[in-house]
Design a protein around this ligand. Structure first.
Ligand code: SAM
Ligand code: DTB
Ligand code: SF4
Length: 344
């Protein structure tokens, strides 16, 4: 059997030159809302079965990509994203910090690699990237992470064409920039930038030859149609994002969404399974909110097609399951970490 561990995401980006999908797996970019809703609303076990069938025809069984996350610039952000503990305008207890120094970041990446991470994602609480010494440091971090043999990913806010190009030249493999929710619900969550701004940055990332990591958050008071419209928007792009993070809202005190009730497991599973069916070749990442889920819920998400996790005791500013706990879960379920996809 050929190695189909992650056919859509080559180590050097350029995903749209990826191998064609295996027989029986169709890549569509013309989903109607009613079709997505029909998938999302299937009887749960039928839906999970369908997603698992798609999953197994594309990916190696029982493998999960382990990604490590580091906040290289925490807090003090000018944006008003209603979910975010790092927005300066909300009193959340997250203090604004300066950009971390390059050696500190590379020390964290080295530690993450030793723990088994194959992808290192660096996050900055910026509205957009500004050219200058800070961006130069980030480029240095990207080069350093690549030199460690890991996939390098960053999430730094909006980018210009030239910044995307420079990140690519530094070796950046993937860029995370989430649409977060449906176009219809977006205005209730963020007012300081538009959906179209997000799509523009995503196009610049794609144009520069960097893999796109784009997903959203559920549990922000959205309707089922909002969830379906988010997934539809992602799937109807000219190229599916190579990674699709599905976050469950971590409701943080001080943010406008602090009182949102926790999302039910079944909703998380439905969202992940629908993402898997719509975007068969993408890595679907079970992202924020795992600390609030029990082991069975996480395994159900993996059965529904999630094949990537953030591991390490912290996400950006909030908690994540402990390393030992995650390793024990994977071990008892017979799930192995996906090896890095280096090409030399
Ligand atoms: N500032 C950049 C941006 O907004 O693109 C990069 C960092 S931002 C924190 C990355 C993503 O984290 C957001 O797009 C959002 O999807 C996710 N996120 C932030 N706070 C979250 C929360 N409380 N719960 C779940 N996901 C969250
Ligand atoms: C993504 O979709 N989820 C990650 C990553 N991309 C950057 C971030 C989750 C952040 C959760 C809230 C926090 O820890 O601050
Ligand atoms: Fe800033 Fe990103 Fe948080 Fe929005 S999600 S407030 S842009 S750090």
């Amino acid at each position: 059997m050929p190695d189909t561990s992650a056919p859509s995401e080559s180590f050097h980006g350029h995903s749209h030159t990826a191998a064609p999908p295996p027989p029986g797996v169709e890549l569509r970019h013309d989903w109607a809302l009613a079709e997505v809703r029909a998938i999302y609303s299937m009887p749960l076990l039928d839906l999970v079965h369908r997603a698992q069938t798609v999953h197994r025809s594309v990916f190696q069984d029982n493998k999960v990509q382990l990604c490590s996350l580091l906040s290289i610039k925490t807090g003090g952000c000018s944006e008003d994203c209603a979910y975010c503990p790092q927005a300066a305008r909300y009193k959340t207890g997250v203090k604004a910090e300066k950009l971390m120094a390059v050696p500190e970041v590379l020390a964290a990446a080295t530690k993450a690699r030793a723990a088994g991470a194959t992808r290192f994602c660096m996050g900055a609480a910026w509205r957009e990237v500004k050219d200058g010494p800070q961006f130069d440091s980030v480029l240095e971090m990207v080069r350093g992470v690549r030199a460690l043999g890991m996939e390098a990913c960053a999430t730094l806010g909006m980018l210009t064409d030239s910044q995307a190009k420079r990140l690519r030249e530094a070796g950046l493999d993937a860029y995370n920039h989430n649409l977060d929710t449906s176009p219809e619900h977006y205005g209730d969550i963020i007012s300081t930038r538009t959906y179209d701004d997000r799509l523009k940055t995503l196009n610049r990332v794609r144009e520069a030859g960097i893999s796109v990591c784009c997903g959203g958050i559920i549990g922000m008071g959205e309707s089922v149609d909002d969830r379906c419209n988010l997934l539809r928007t992602l799937a109807n792009q000219e190229h599916h994002p190579e990674s699709v993070p599905v976050n469950a809202l971590v409701a943080v005190e001080g943010t406008p969404l602090a009182e949102q009730p926790r999302i039910e497991t079944v909703d998380m599973v439905r969202t992940i399974a629908t993402a898997r069916v719509l975007m068969p070749q993408s890595m679907v990442r079970l992202s924020a909110g795992r600390q609030q889920m029990n082991e069975e819920a996480q395994l159900l998400c993996m059965m529904a097609g999630a094949n990537s996790l953030f591991f390490g005791e912290k996400l950006l500013t909030t908690g994540n399951p402990e390393y030992g706990q995650d390793m024990a879960l994977l071990e008892k379920a017979g799930i192995r970490p996906l090896e890095p996809r280096r090409e030399g």
